[in-house]
Design a protein around this ligand. Sequence first.
Ligand code: SF4
Length: 488
Amino acid sequence: MSREMPPAHPFDDDKLKEECGIFGVIGLTDAANFVALGLHALQHRGQEAGGIVSHDPELGFNSVRRFGYVRDNFTRQSLMETLPGPLAIGHVRYSTAGAKGAAIRDVQPFFGEFSMGGAAIAHNGNITNANALRRELIERGSIFQSGSDSECIIHLMARSLQRNIPERMEDALRRVEGAFSVVAMTRSELIGVRDPLGVRPLVLGQLGEGWVLSSETCALDIIGATFVREIEPGEMVVISARHGVESHFPFRRQQPRFCIFEHVYFSRPDSIIGGRSVYETRHQIGVELAREAPVEADLVCPVPDSGTPAAIGYSHESGIPYAMGIIRNQYMGRTFIEPTEQIRNMGVRLKLNVNRALIKGKRVILVDDSVVRGTTSRKIKEMILDAGAREVHFRIASPPTAWPCFYGVDTPQREKLLAATMSEDEMREHLAVDSLRFISLDGLYRAVGEAGGRNAKCPQYCDACFSGEYPVAPSDMIEKGFELKAAE
Ligand code: SF4
């Protein structure tokens, strides 16, 4: 069965969207309940659909995959009773590869039955050579069940000659290019893997006798698990009741290139990345931004919610008072109302409202995390001016987004990105604001903890959406005609 889904945010298509969150538990009674809670905490990473697979020693594997929010599906007792056992993994998705508004068959985790037993996998990221792999696998007899790039991993595992599932997974993942954090399970093992560059996050936690794998630490907190450590780039952990946590490094070691945008926007501010809270990093981005792009004004206001920590940082550093000049309606969800033409025209007003009493007659600095198409920025500026602001200055907590992401983030085509077609000055004119400044790439690196800024010869992070320097060549896209940035 398939059905069309409306976009996750019909009034907010002007943000990059993280595509997936993954979570797994071993060694806890009714593990699927913990997975449901973990996925709920990771819902910001994907709102289109979710799925859970569990394993019970007597009842075997069971799975449930549903469209919609975790809270609307996986809180129902009757449904959770169909997912028994001490081992479970889960996935929330938007959608990257696989069609948008996709069928239930594209919803993960995916399951495969092998001669040595079953295995389920949940993948966060994007396989950049998936088209080539899919062609090869189909020619050799594989029958695909979905349009998802992640299914390639199951078919590659089926073709491997290794003796056990973790070894088959290693084999499969050596063929895969791009970004992947994977949580997988066999009948008795929970497996976690990060790609050699560690583009997407994955952390290990512990709860009593049980072990937990999660995209972010905020999802450990919700179940009361302790954060143990990040899974290292290129590391595979195999966790079982018998052997505890075993660590392997099956890939050639490389300089890690974690996604710098996780710091800016994707991860929740209460998560910990690289030993520091994401909130603290975003605050520091605001501090750097204030140093790089000062301006005389009366108020610093965030574009809620994602601009808030950087706006507070900007205010602290500049000494200009912070104020909630824009209020977000927290209850503006997908299910609220059908986005008819008339409703669409109300646009951003359905979600954001200006605090007129604060704004009137003021010179306002608006801090946002990014500018993608620029459509929302323009509307927000109009709302602020309508409310009587004297000046509007945009300060952006990331460099201009001029290149699409091919590593598990939904980005418009390059020509739709404002920064791909306009200079900073042209963007200021286009948005018709008094000033517009983005944090520099070096400033962003300093804010995330690299005191010396970006190492141009060997960048410490993936920053391809800003720099156009892709750490893994997006071979499927190049085949379709995508042009890489010319060497300087
Ligand atoms: S291209 Fe941008 S969003 Fe994508 S992984 Fe790299 S830094 Fe993150």
